[in-house]
Design a binder for this molecule. Structure first.
Ligand SMILES: C[S@@+](CC[C@H](N)C(=O)[O-])C[C@H]1O[C@@H](n2cnc3c(N)ncnc32)[C@H](O)[C@@H]1O
Length: 293
């Protein structure tokens, strides 16, 4: 890790409190880029300062110079705190709903056909944030998969940010974040929270039991073998540079069953020729091969 050379202060910082200087900003950008793949452009200084302000307070540090020094000394231990503070975790239930419609109408039915013998179905929500995405996948699966004979159906939900993974694992959501979940689904899949969770919906065991939540950096080695029938990696690659995206897409294709699907975010795309994928719907890519060619 390079050490900040100086502590120049920002001239454009409009508010009080510690200011993030040039050298510290460059250092943090470098560390985040190297370790999480997240590219922080020169225009992200206010965002970084805002997101790290709380971390400074938590650690009782007076300045970003002191924080960078701490980060350099603590190394991997504080890397978690830094990355948790920097990541953008915006998500919502049934965000980009066409993916969930496609999951119900052809992705799961095709996977059931393909895996008729093994009855094994696997979905990966890569960059799951606070869990809305994998819970939506599990709601759709509960609606589509037959009760008998049973499928060995599992969702792996991963994120680099350990705070959001903890929130996702709890399965507890304020009701005002659930306006895109129909009353019917709310009633079937969630129960009312009590005590400290009053005003919240709590995912029922039927949903939770389908999902395994794990902290995982997509840039690192993946412990799972696959193959997956569907991979959701939506609104994650947008933060990476092009070589990192291309490498990731190629690794996703290796993890997918032939004929499996990759769903990406609305502002993301896969360059033709970078991997064995065919665009088959809005931000839906099908891996070549499998039953339907
Ligand atoms: C904007 S959220 C997307 C959530 C959800 N997929 C959606 O579309 O609603 C992006 C997520 O990617 C995660 N992320 C960023 N860099 C990552 C990395 N290198 N490995 C794994 N997850 C990462 C962030 O922590 C964040 O929770």
């Amino acid at each position: 890790m390079p050490t900040p050379a100086s502590s120049a202060s920002t001239s454009d910082a409009a508010h009080y409190g510690p200011q993030l200087g040039d050298a510290e900003f460059d250092f943090i950008r470098h560390v985040v880029g190297e370790n999480a793949g997240i590219v922080l452009g020169p225009n992200k200084r206010q965002l970084v300062q805002g997101r790290l302000a709380r971390r400074l307070r938590e650690l009782g540090l007076p300045s970003y110079e002191a924080y960078c020094e701490y980060l350099r000394e603590a190394g991997p231990e504080e890397l978690v705190g830094l990355i948790n503070a920097i990541t953008t975790n915006v998500t919502s239930f049934f965000r980009e709903n066409h993916h969930f419609e496609a999951l119900a109408s052809y992705m799961l039915p095709e996977a059931m056909q393909r895996n008729a013998a093994s009855r094994r179905l696997r979905i990966w929500s890569a960059g799951c944030s606070t869990g809305e995405e994998p819970y939506c996948i599990s709601m759709v699966a509960a609606e589509v998969l037959p009760a008998s004979p049973r499928y060995d159906f599992k969702i792996l939900a991963t994120d680099i940010d350990s705070d959001v993974v903890a929130a996702a694992t709890s399965g507890i959501y304020p009701l005002d974040r659930m306006s895109s979940v129909s009353q019917e689904r709310l009633k079937r899949f969630f129960q009312k929270g009590g005590g400290e969770h009053l005003g919240c919906a709590v995912a029922k065991p039927e949903l939770k039991s389908m999902i395994t939540f794990r902290t995982l950096n997509l840039l690192h080695t993946w412990p799972m073998k696959g193959p997956f029938d569907v991979i959701f990696c939506r609104n994650v690659m947008i933060y990476f540079d092009q070589p990192t995206r291309e490498k990731l897409v190629s690794r996703f294709s290796d993890m997918l069953a032939p004929g499996g699907y990759l769903c990406i975010g609305h502002s993301e795309s896969i360059h033709a020729g970078t991997a064995p994928f065919k665009l088959v719907g809005k931000t839906i890519y099908r891996r070549n091969g499998g039953l339907n060619g």
